[in-house]
Structures are given as structure tokens and as C-alpha cells.
Design a binder for this molecule. Structure first.
Ligand code: ADP
Ligand code: MG
Length: 699
């Protein structure tokens, strides 16, 4: 690439610059109105936009278009149609209509719907989301769309996300009006997702059925060197990885994705990429694209990019940090402490709305990140625990305590915190320190939610976060709009929130066992360790009430989502268990057997020469290996029996509990003798690349 970054940044995106250049002033103005204010788009405008989009796409080498959407599989889906249309003379012209732009009807019967789409109405439809720009991938024009059933139920992650952004905007605006802000037209939530991943050599990946079928290693002994020395974090980037990152950045920049920061992570072979934050909806689309492009670019470099949450046992897994804030369309960050007493009161109210939301809906935030993969991280000593708490930092915490107890705040100056009268201290961003163990940390002007798994779509988290905060704001607005004395009511409400929800605030070490005990036993916080534990709570009365009354989900959509997420959990573990059985029986046991037999032959050969030899080494090792093969055989049988038992489950809730209680423990028990055998078997006999080879294989 010879051009400079500003020249090619966004070159594959039908963005505002292109719209302005290719659309007539009228068409541009109506499209802008639709994007900014959500107003309906006229078909004549759609036709004009489609025409311009197609011309631009064809000029950039596109031959096809697709409605690009995010079904509940968690990855993106696309079905390509070419632009060609036959002419009577046998030639073709390239065509694309407004109708094709606005609505698509993919045969969607194979996407999960959780019972929402009866087979007689197998088709769903996709509807253009003009708030996320169209882009070209390969030779295809991709049009971001929402995906619904004919009955109008959302079958994707984008629809509820857009709804949650709407309700948050609506409720936040009510609050802003109370503070005298008449100019803001919308409140927008923004996200900057930090993405972790592993890179390993492709030829090693090819030799591991577990990685290929499940994304993680199901077997593998610990290498002598792992992450003990912490020498990988922010370490010098290897040439092979640097070349990958360079290529990746180019691809992302062409798509208008604001890839910004890249560095090595804690585990060997682990890296991170962070973009500059943007509107939640676009950040979600961009994060999906980023994950896809990471895998594609890796392949070009002879590498495989692993996005699984826990590809290697005993080594840090990969997560995603969801940096979230809300701001007005005029650019005021509502989570930033202001300069005047009035702004500070407003800031504290929004802060309280988040505190209340996180405490009231701990379960929703937990289940938004729940997958079989992420269960391996949460609660292990690397990711935040499965218990949700908020870190505010000492300074802000002291302010809240001062308000709660009506005592002077002992900050830089002694001030009694009377809202609306006193100026809050300016928080030093460095003092909202880097508490890396908190699941939900305030970091100066945004919250960082750290429980997401690396492969999670960030949509689910932000749907729940936006909705829960909207609900707090709705309750606040209802009260404040009817208050006789606004300032007193405001003060009381902030005080009440602090008192009622103090338990969710924790500034200590979240990895400490003592905290989990305190959190669950003294504070009554929830601790759902697995997907099977938390997912059923999506349908708890309080959750259904909040999400349906705000209009983010219908009750049917909630039912379907719970079932799909649990099915996904069960199927993932089922595939893992079957893969283990296959590997243990057809590769691992035979490898150990061959090695033991070679030892036996060696001993016999030696004895033939020197009959008095004891051959203690061979005999002892053969004995140990035979013991391990027997154990492997027993555990493989047990796992197969457990797999059969799970099939008898009456419903998906029972099945997920059986997966948790019957399958996962036996999988660990089967793994143990295999990993032990790996350390005793000659390397040339072992059928798989080892952890050491995988983790240190990239040059
Ligand atoms: P860290 O030390 O955790 O890497 P950074 O300040 O580098 O923190 O930010 C990490 C992510 O947070 C980036 O994606 C960044 O764009 C995003 N971010 C920064 N400010 C905001 C904000 N106001 N709202 C949402 N995300 C933000
Ligand atoms: Mg971070």
C-alpha cells in the first residue's frame, strides 16, 4: 500500500463523504434525516441511494451485494446476490433497486429462532439499518441490516440493540430537560471494545482436532514456561506478529474501523487490539467485522487467530473490555464530572443511575456474557469473578459516602456536599486507578465492563446495560418531574440510591476469595458461576417486566433467546465431549500404547544381549503408562455414558444442568490422565503439537 492512511481510511465505506459526493442535495438531506433522527425513508429516496451505492460499489470492484446481519448464532451472516440483470441482446447490466436496498428475504429457516418462526413461515426478512454505513468486503457490497421474522419478532442482535439505544436516549433526555437542557436532541451511548486474541502457527492448528472443532485445546500438559515471568505483556512484538498487525490495520482502516492500539497481552502468543470508541451500534458492527478480518488476515500470514475465551488451560484466557459512556448529540459526556455545581449534580444523578442499574440487574449483565467458553474464565484467577461489583475509585467513593452520611467530604478541600450548591472536586483520571480486578470499573469518564468473553458479540452486553440504565433514569424522571422542590428531591434520590445500592460498590481486590465470601454471604450479591446457572434468570419476573415495558424485547423474544443461549451452551459442550472421546480413543491411547510397546521391545532386546539386566526404567514406565491407558479407557466410557444420559433431559433447562453436572466434570477427569501421559511419552509418539510449541511457535 503506497497511499497514506488518511487517503485510504474508509475507502471501502459508503460513508458521509461518498454520500455527499454522489447524492443530490435533496436525497442527501432526506437520508441524513433518516440517519440522524430515525425518520422514515421515502422509496424514491431509497431508489436514488441504491443507484449511487451500486455505481460506487461497481467502481470499487464489487459484483455482488448482501444484506449483512447478526443472527443469534453470534456471528454474522450474508447471502450474496449479484447485481447482474439480463438485457434482451444477451448482455447484462448492473442493477440495484431501492427495494433491494431496504428489504431482503433470505431463506432463514436454518438460523436459530428458539421457536419464534414456525416452519410454515420459514422466511425472515432483513431491513436496512441506515445508521451503520454500507461497505465493500472482497467483491461484495455489504448492507448492514436488522433481521426479523414475518411476525415481526427480532431474530438478531441488532434490533434489540437499536431499541435499547432509543429507550436510553428517550429517558436520558427527560433528565436533561429537568436540568434545563433544551438543545440536546438525542443521547447516544458509545463503546470502545478492547479485543484480545491468540495467534498460533496454522500448521500446528491443523494437527489439533480439538482446536479445529471447538476452538480450544481439550488436552495439553502445562509447558515448563508459560506466563510466569510476565515477560510477554507489552513486550516487543515479533516480526511475524507485527506483519499480521500491519496488514490487519490496513484492512480495518479501509473499512473505516478506527483501529488504534495494539500490544502483546499477558499470555505468550496473546495480543490485544483496541479501536477508538464510537456509537454502540457501529461499534458492534465493527467489532464483528474486526473478529472476522482478524481470522482472514491471520490465514494470509500462515497463522490462526483464536478468539475462544480459553484456548489453553493454565494460561490466561481472552476477554473483551466494553468501555461504555453516554453523551448528548452535542458532544457532552454525561459521565464526565462537570465544572459547575449544577453539572455535578447532573453527573452524580447519571452515575447513580448506573449504580442502581448494575445492582438491580446484576443477573442480566452476567447472562449477557454467558457462554460455555466464557465460563472457563469468570471466576478463574485472571478475569473478573462471576460476581458483579462496581469500582469507583477512592475519590468518588468518598464523595458518595459524604453525601450518604451528610458529613463533610475530606478531599483536597473540606467541603460539605450539598448538591447543586457545591463544586465537586475535579477527579484526577489517574486516581480512578487501574483496578484490573473489578468487573465494572469507573475510569474517569466512562465505565469499563470487563466480563465479556473474547468471542462474545458486544450487542448483548450493551442491550442490557442501555436498558437497565434507561430504567433507572425512567424511575428518576418520573419522580423528579412531579417534585415540588426539584433540588431537594434530587438530593434525596441520590442519597437513597447510594444507601440502597452501596453493596454493589467494591474498591478492593476482586480476585480475592475473601471478597467472594463477603459479596455472597454478607452483601447478598449474585454469584452465577455457569451459563446453566444464570441463563434461566432472563425470564425472572423483574427482568421480563423491565425489558418488555421499555419495549426492548417482547416476552416471546425473551423466551426464544433464553432457549437459544442454553442450546448453544449444551451443543458447544456436547461437541467438546465428543471430540475428547474421539481423540482419546483413536489417537491418545494408541500413541501411549505404541510407546509402551516400544519400551517393551527395547527391554526385551536388551535382555537378549545381557540376560541379567533388570530393565527397571522400562518396566516402571510401562507400568505407569498402562495404568494411565486403563484410566483413560474408564473415563472415556464414563464420558460416553454421560453423553447418552444428557439426551434424556426433559427440557433445555434440565439439559444445561446435566451438561454442567455430568459432562464437564468427567471431561476434566478424562483430561488429567491424558495430560500426565503426555509428559511421560516420547515426543515423537505424541500425536499433537504441545502447549510449548503452540504458544511459542510464532516467529
Ligand atoms: P485502557 O487503559 O483500558 O486501554 P483507554 O483510555 O486506552 O484505556 O481506552 C480503552 C478504550 O476505551 C478505547 O477503545 C477508547 O476509545 C475507549 N474510550 C475512551 N473514552 C471513551 C468514552 N468516553 N466512551 C467510551 N469509550 C471510551
Ligand atoms: Mg481497558
Amino acid at each position: 500500500m503506497n497511499n497514506t492512511v488518511p487517503e485510504y481510511f474508509g475507502s471501502m465505506v459508503f460513508d458521509d463523504r461518498v454520500m455527499r459526493a454522489t447524492l443530490s442535495a435533496d436525497v442527501y438531506a432526506s437520508l441524513r434525516k433518516t440517519i440522524d433522527e430515525g425518520s422514515r425513508l421515502d422509496i424514491s429516496v431509497a431508489n436514488a441511494v441504491a443507484q449511487a451505492m451500486k455505481d460506487w460499489a461497481v467502481e470499487h470492484g464489487a459484483t455482488h451485494f448482501t444484506h449483512w446481519f447478526q443472527p443469534l448464532t453470534g456471528i454474522t451472516a450474508e447471502k450474496h446476490d449479484s447485481f447482474i440483470s439480463p438485457s434482451p441482446d444477451g448482455s447484462v447490466i448492473m442493477e440495484f433497486s431501492g427495494k433491494e436496498l431496504i428489504k431482503g428475504e433470505p431463506d432463514a429457516s436454518s438460523f436459530p429462532s428458539g421457536g419464534l418462526r414456525a416452519t410454515f413461515e420459514a422466511r425472515g426478512y432483513t431491513a436496512w439499518d441506515p445508521t451503520s454505513y454500507a461497505f465493500i468486503k472482497g467483491r461484495t457490497l455489504c448492507i448492514p441490516t436488522a433481521f426479523c421474522s414475518y411476525g415481526g419478532h427480532a431474530l438478531d442482535k441488532k434490533t434489540p440493540l437499536l431499541r435499547s439505544m432509543e429507550v436510553l436516549s428517550k429517558q436520558a433526555l427527560r433528565i436533561l430537560r429537568l436540568f434545563g437542557n433544551e438543545s440536546a436532541k438525542r443521547v447516544v451511548s458509545s463503546v470502545g471494545p478492547e479485543q484480545e486474541y491468540f495467534l498460533i502457527p496454522a500448521e500446528m492448528y491443523e494437527q489439533r482436532p480439538d482446536l479445529k472443532y471447538t476452538g480450544r485445546t481439550l488436552f495439553g500438559a502445562q509447558p515448563p514456561k508459560g506466563q510466569q515471568l510476565d515477560d510477554h505483556y507489552f513486550g516487543v512484538i515479533k516480526p511475524g506478529v507485527a506483519a499480521f498487525m500491519e496488514d490487519l490495520n490496513d484492512e480495518l482502516w479501509k473499512l473505516g474501523i478506527l483501529a488504534k492500539t495494539e500490544h502483546n497481552e499477558v499470555a505468550p502468543a496473546q495480543h490485544e487490539l483496541a479501536p477508538i470508541y464510537t456509537t454502540t451500534n457501529i461499534a458492534t458492527d465493527h467489532n464483528q467485522l474486526t473478529m472476522e478480518i482478524m481470522q482472514k488476515v491471520a490465514a494470509r500470514h500462515g497463522l490462526v487467530c483464536l478468539l475462544h475465551e480459553k484456548p489453553f488451560a493454565g494460561v490466561n484466557g481472552s476477554g473483551k473490555h466494553n468501555n461504555w459512556s453516554i453523551a448528548t448529540d452535542t458532544g457532552v459526556n454525561l459521565l464526565s464530572p462537570g465544572a459547575t455545581p449544577y453539572e455535578n449534580a447532573q453527573f452524580l444523578l447519571f452515575l447513580c443511575a448506573v449504580i442502581k442499574a448494575v445492582d438491580d440487574y446484576q443477573d442480566l449483565l452476567r447472562l449477557a456474557v454467558a457462554t460455555a467458553g466464557n465460563d472457563h474464565r469468570l471466576g478463574a484467577n485472571e478475569a473478573p469473578p462471576a460476581v458483579i461489583s462496581i469500582f469507583l475509585g477512592d475519590e468518588l467513593n468518598a464523595v458518595l459516602e459524604a453525601i450518604d452520611s451528610d458529613t463533610p467530604y475530606e478531599g483536597t478541600k473540606k467541603i460539605k456536599m450539598k448538591l447543586g450548591v457545591d463544586v465537586l472536586p475535579r477527579f484526577n483520571r489517574d486516581t480512578t486507578d487501574r483496578n484490573r480486578t473489578s468487573p465494572f470499573a469507573f475510569t474517569g469518564n466512562k465505565f469499563e465492563f470487563r466480563m465479556l468473553g473474547s468471542s462474545n458479540s458486544i450487542a448483548c452486553t450493551n442491550i442490557m446495560l442501555n436498558s437497565a440504565v434507561a430504567e433507572s433514569l425512567r424511575i428518576y424522571a418520573d419522580r423528579l418531574e412531579n417534585a415540588e422542590n426539584f433540588e431537594e428531591a434530587l438530593h434525596d434520590m441520590i442519597k437513597k440510591t447510594i444507601r440502597d445500592h452501596k453493596r454493589i460498590i467494591f474498591n478492593g481486590n476482586g480476585y480475592d476469595d475473601a471478597w467472594i465470601k463477603e459479596a455472597t454471604e454478607e452483601r447478598g450479591l449474585l454469584n452465577y458461576r455457569t451459563t446453566a446457572d444464570c441463563m434461566p434468570h432472563l425470564l425472572d419476573e423483574k427482568n421480563v417486566k423491565m425489558l418488555t415495558s421499555l419495549g426492548v424485547f417482547s416476552i416471546d423474544e425473551l423466551h426464544s433467546r433464553r432457549d437459544i443461549m442454553l442450546e448453544n451452551y449444551c451443543k458447544s459442550v456436547d461437541i467438546e465431549a465428543h471430540t475428547m472421546v474421539r481423540m482419546a480413543r483413536t489417537q491418545i491411547a494408541p500413541a501411549i500404547e505404541s510407546y509402551a510397546s516400544e519400551l517393551a521391545q527395547a527391554a526385551a532386546a536388551k535382555k537378549a544381549v545381557v540376560p541379567s539386566l533388570k530393565c527397571g526404567y522400562e518396566t516402571g514406565l510401562i507400568e505407569t503408562l498402562s495404568g494411565l491407558i486403563d484410566e483413560i479407557e474408564i473415563k472415556t466410557d464414563e464420558l460416553e455414558a454421560a453423553l447418552l444420559k444428557v439426551k434424556d433431559a426433559a427440557d433445555i433447562i434440565e439439559e444445561s444442568a446435566m451438561v454442567r453436572d455430568l459432562l464437564l466434570p468427567v471431561m476434566d477427569e478424562l483430561r488429567a490422565p491424558c495430560d500426565k501421559a503426555e509428559q511421560l511419552t516420547a515426543r515423537s509418539y505424541w500425536p499433537y503439537p504441545t502447549y510449548g510449541e503452540l504458544l511459542f511457535g510464532v516467529k
